[in-house]
Design a protein. Structure first.
Length: 182
C-alpha cells in the first residue's frame, strides 16, 4: 500500500483499493486497512531468506518474489506445513493465504459498497487476474495478456499494458461499453 500511495497520490479518488493481490482492502478516505488473510509468519519469511530467495517483498499479507524461486517457495510452504498458495503473475511469484485472490478482495469491497459484481469492469493481463475477470460483469484483457486470459475476456484491447487501460477508459467514457449489450 505504501508504494501504491507514493506512485498514485490521488488514491483518494477511489472508494476502495484492493491491494496485495486481494489480501488487503484499503479505505482511502479513512486510511483504514482490512487484512483479508493472516500475515506471513516470521518463520516463513526467514526460511525463504535462508534459502536465498531474493528479491523478497513482504507486505501486510502477501509475500512476493520472482522466478525461478517458485520451487524454493513451495518447498518452504511444504516443510512448514503452511496453508499458503502460490499465485503466478507472469514471472512474479506471490504467496497468499489459501483461498485469497483478487476476486475475494473485490467481493469484500463490493459488499461494503453495495455494488453487484455484474456492474463491475475488470481489466487484467496474467494468471492472477483470471478469477477477478470471471467475477465481474465485464472482463477486459489488454493486448499483451496471456492467451488464457484473452479467452476469458469479453473484450481484448488493441493496446498493451497502460495503453490498453487508457483505451478501456476512453470506451467507458464514450459509450459505457454499450456495444457489449450487457
Amino acid at each position: 500500500m505504501d508504494e501504491l500511495v507514493q506512485v498514485f497520490p490521488q488514491v483518494n479518488l477511489c472508494d476502495r483499493v484492493v491491494a496485495e493481490n486481494g489480501a488487503l482492502l484499503y479505505h482511502p478516505t479513512t486510511g483504514e486497512e482490512k487484512l483479508l488473510g493472516e500475515p506471513p509468519s516470521q518463520e516463513f519469511v526467514k526460511a525463504l531468506r535462508d534459502r536465498g530467495v531474493e528479491p523478497l517483498s513482504v507486505g501486510r499479507v502477501i509475500v512476493a518474489t520472482w522466478q525461478p524461486h517458485e520451487k524454493a517457495v513451495l518447498e518452504v510452504i511444504r516443510d512448514l506445513a503452511l496453508e499458503r498458495q502460490v499465485i503466478l503473475n507472469k514471472d512474479a511469484v506471490m504467496v497468499l493465504p489459501a483461498g485469497v485472490n483478487k476476486a475475494v478482495g473485490l467481493a469484500v469491497a463490493l459488499k461494503e459498497l453495495g455494488v453487484s459484481a455484474q456492474n463491475t469492469v475488470a481489466v487484467g493481463d496474467a494468471e492472477n487476474d483470471y478469477d477477478l475477470l470471471k467475477l465481474c460483469g465485464c472482463a477486459i484483457a489488454v493486448a499483451n495478456a496471456l492467451p488464457m486470459l484473452k479467452e476469458a475476456a469479453d473484450i481484448v484491447t488493441k493496446g498493451d499494458r497502460g495503453a490498453g487501460v487508457v483505451e478501456l477508459i476512453d470506451k467507458l467514457i464514450a459509450s459505457d461499453l454499450a456495444e457489449l449489450g450487457k
